[in-house]
Design a protein around this ligand. Structure first.
Ligand SMILES: Cc1cc2nc3c(=O)[nH]c(=O)nc-3n(C[C@H](O)[C@H](O)[C@H](O)COP(=O)(O)O)c2cc1C
Length: 344
């Protein structure tokens, strides 16, 4: 059972990095959005600031590490690289699913060791919707406490669960479970998808339940249906079925466009297919308060802390240049200025 779990997590990393099979199977639609160039921005480039506040935390960038991995032989090194760089850059870091910690007390140690080495990293816990439904809320709150996390992310992943061949996928009580968690903890609760998008009706319902932020996590980046299907036998029904789901979901851009009327009043975050800091600027221009990166940081984290830092620096720099050249001095200004148009 433990070996299966570890092998699955390792396969996820290998397949997420196999660009042809699982990346960008859908156009991300960032090319559909044009930022409006400001030829005379009337601001000082050195004063353009990425600093912002997310779930009550002062951070140096709206970029954050989108939840990734834990619980296998390589994960301590990967997460240490991510955590060291996140601490240095003062970015929020979503940790990978803490599901294993619910049943294996040894799994908690992985994060304890990292926390000791990186005491000032700002972690956000992570758990799947099925685990949230199936476990008492106290056990989920314990995961947050173990990590001394600044918030907890619940990931919604119906398509992934199906192609993972999970024999028990009952999401009937999903909204109820999220409501129970919101009521059962003082920690901010964030809800995300894993790359197929959360539409504006669901976003609205989640905010009515009191969640602190919704990360729309749209399509255009890593395809979690393909990752799981590629782990199944060649002649399995999952392998035969997955092709029809290649362009499944709403892109990150589409989710943000549809959420426009809710965006001023609710913290909406964006992730899924963000591959440079101009994509990030487009997300902020469309009203997102935070922008999450997964696959590009995983690639870097397999290498070293320095490589992660280089990727983070590049994303922040590209975002800062895009802000300057659209006449925006701080992230929050995007909420009050329209600096984009849809390409026809
Ligand atoms: C190797 C890997 C592992 C992941 N594991 C998790 C996870 O445990 N929990 C979660 O909420 N999302 C997980 N994700 C999904 C990402 O957080 C993100 O939503 C998705 O990959 C889309 O972003 P991207 O296009 O930048 O990769 C994982 C992503 C990668 C690449």
């Amino acid at each position: 059972m433990t070996e299966d779990f570890e092998q699955r997590k390792k396969d996820h990393i290998r397949l997420a990095l196999s660009e042809k099979q699982t990346q960008g199977l859908v156009a991300s639609e960032f090319s559909k959005i044009k930022l409006l160039h400001h030829a005379l921005p009337e601001i000082n480039f050195n004063e353009v600031s990425l600093e912002t506040t997310l779930i009550g935390q002062q951070v140096s960038s709206p970029h954050f590490v989108s939840s990734m991995t834990a619980g296998h032989a390589d994960s301590k090194r990967i997460n240490l690289n991510l955590a060291l760089a996140s601490e240095q850059k003062n970015w929020l870091m979503g940790v990978g699913s803490q599901r294993r910690e619910l049943t294996d007390s040894l799994a908690v140690q992985e994060w304890q060791t990292i926390k000791k080495a990186v005491p000032n990293a700002k972690f956000i816990s992570n758990i799947g919707i099925l685990e949230l439904i199936q476990n008492p809320v106290d056990s989920i709150v314990k995961l947050v406490e173990n990590l001394d996390a600044k918030g907890v992310i619940v990931h919604l992943n119906p398509l992934q669960e199906v192609f993972q061949k999970n024999p028990y996928i009952d999401m009937t009580l999903g909204f109820k479970a999220i409501e129970t968690l919101v009521k059962g903890t003082k920690t901010p609760v964030v809800v995300k998808e894993v790359g197929f998008g959360i539409n504006s009706e669901i976003t609205q319902r989640l905010f009515e339940l009191g969640v602190a932020a919704v990360d729309v996590a749209g399509s255009g980046g890593t395809h979690w249906g393909w990752i799981e299907a590629l782990r199944q036998e060649d002649d399995s029904i999952e392998r035969q079925a997955i092709d029809a789901f290649s362009d499944w979901g709403q892109t990150t851009v589409d989710c943000l466009l549809h959420a426009q009327e809710k965006i001023l009043f609710n913290p909406i975050w964006a992730s899924g297919g963000i591959r440079n800091g101009v994509d990030s600027a487009k997300c902020l221009a469309l009203g997102a308060r935070a922008v999450g990166l997964a696959q590009p940081l995983m690639k870097a984290a397999l290498d070293s802390e320095e490589t992660v830092l280089k990727v983070m620096d590049l994303f922040d720099y590209q975002l800062k240049v895009a802000m300057f050249c659209t006449g925006v001095r701080k992230c929050e200004d995007y909420l009050h200025k329209k600096v984009w148009q849809c390409q026809t």
